[in-house]
Ligand binder design. Structure first.
Ligand code: GLU
Length: 457
């Protein structure tokens, strides 16, 4: 099969590549592909395994070809890089940085970079794959990637964060590029960090290259509406789900977990639509007010108190755990992974869960929620608004022509609505929860593109 230069010589693989497997899909294929040896399914808080559980379930329903399954279950490339930083006290610290490219079949890879003390390769691999599925679900022509640096940004000075960002970018100069791989903000990263990334990349290529990164400050080619986009997509998909269930915003109560960029904006926009936001939370705890929380006051409070709600007096304090189990119509987990698990899923009373965060619900919890008839708008759909406006930002950068807020929001709303409708219809067609339906749509789209491109041999 291999000729002298290491390539497959017969060129027949392209012709044989099909999306549907001639054989019924076998779960042990998935086990072999992911773990190399049999491993128990379920009961996992490893995000990569969580992603694979859902991917395997969807693949099984559409009888995805085994080879295509294996191909899509592995990242295309994994970069691990040591990032040395001269600290303010004169010491040298070395941080571990990651950039995982999951897939580029639909276009350049896209995904944020997160800074956190517990970032690890499995998490970044899962998040990179989720970016592939997310882009495919809403029709953004990008592949999926994710980056991270294992650090504690809360303990670092602005100067240290700048040197960390610049060295990470310099180390990954050959990976990033407007036609190759385009980073963006994620957990604990922001516009300023994107500005340093843009500057470092631009200094290396000897020209200002705005399209290399999204989520930039407006003054550097950022897009209107990008900052609000993820929260806005949560709002749009939640309203679409409410319509399907015959729920009216004016009669609906909402609890939002997480009060960062996603949760606070989702809360504000759902409030603007007429919903009553009865609870919000952040790392300092949960805040409940049966009469509705004044979200603008909470946002002002957090802005004035180091982005924390600690001490906010417009509500009574509850725990984050209590927030998840409140008697509300809609629950929006907008914080982090593995919040809704087999331990609390049965206590959830919301009719709709809108996943603003990536991976907030475990596979085991999904089963319980399904049995209890809870409609889960899955992360790869609900929070795809961020990458959708990132795509708009990249398009604007490449055109050198900038859109109004009205145009950004109109196009975002349309893409999110269309994404929701496609997923909802697929859920009805295959009689599956929306999460599996979203995976089916995404996998079919990527597999179709892969089939058309063929395998370069
Ligand atoms: N970090 C965001 C996400 O998880 C946005 C990624 C992007 O805009 O590229 O979807």
């Amino acid at each position: 099969m291999q000729n002298g230069n290491g390539r497959h010589g017969n060129g027949t693989f392209t012709a044989q590549l099909s999306i549907k497997s001639p054989m019924p899909f076998q779960r042990d294929v998935y086990r072999r592909a992911v773990y190399q040896e049999p491993a128990p399914l379920g009961h996992s808080d490893n995000p990569f395994q969580e992603m694979m559980e859902r991917f395997a379930e969807a693949a099984e329903i559409i009888a995805l070809d085994e080879g295509v399954f294996t191909y899509l279950s592995r990242p295309a490339r994994v970069h691990i890089t040591s990032v040395p930083v001269a600290m303010d006290d004169g010491s040298l610290k070395v941080f571990e940085g990651y950039r995982v490219i999951h897939n580029e079949v639909l276009g350049p890879s896209k995904g944020g970079v997160r800074f956190a003390p517990d970032v690890n390769l499995d998490e970044v691999k899962a998040l990179a794959a989720w970016m592939t599925w997310k882009c495919a679900v809403v029709g953004v022509p990008f592949g999926g990637a994710k980056g991270g640096i294992r650090c504690n940004p809360a303990e670092m000075s602005p100067g240290e964060l700048e040197r960390l960002t610049r060295r990470y970018t310099a180390n990954l100069m050959d990976v990033f590029g407007p036609d190759k791989d385009i980073p963006a903000p994620d957990m604990n990263t922001n516009e300023q960090i994107m500005a340093w990334l843009l500057d470092t990349y631009s200094m290396h290529v000897r020209r200002t290259e705005t399209a290399v990164v999204t989520g930039k400050p407006l003054a550097l080619g950022g897009s209107l509406g990008r900052k609000e986009a993820t929260g806005r997509g949560v709002m749009t998909t939640t309203l679409a789900a409410m319509e399907r269930l015959g729920m009216r915003p004016a009669d609906s109560t909402v609890a939002v977990q997480g009060f960062g960029n996603v949760g606070s904006i989702a809360a504000m926009l759902l409030h603007e639509q007429g919903c009553k936001i009865v609870a919000v939370s952040d790392v300092s705890g949960g805040y409940y007010n049966a009469n509705g929380i004044d979200i603008n006051a909470a946002m002002d409070y957090a802005a004035e108190h180091g982005r924390s709600l600690a001490g906010f007096d417009g509500a009574e304090e509850i725990t984050n755990e209590e927030l998840l189990e409140l008697e509300v119509d809609i629950l929006a987990p907008c914080a982090k992974e593995n919040q809704i698990t087999e331990h609390n899923a049965a206590n959830i009373k919301a009719k709709i869960i809108a996943e603003g965060a990536n991976g907030p619900t475990t596979t085991e919890a999904d089963k319980i929620l399904k049995d209890n008839g809870v409609l889960v708008i899955p992360d790869i759909l609900a929070n795809a608004g961020g990458v959708t406006v990132s795509y708009f930002e990249w398009v604007q950068n490449r055109h050198g022509y900038f859109w109004s807020m009205e145009r950004v929001n109109r196009r975002l709303d349309r893409m999110m609505r269309e994404g929701f409708d496609k997923v909802y219809d697929a859920g009805e067609k295959h009689d599956t929860p929306l999460r599996i339906a979203a995976y089916i749509i995404a996998i079919e789209k990527v597999a179709q593109a892969l089939k058309l491109r063929g395998i370069y041999a």
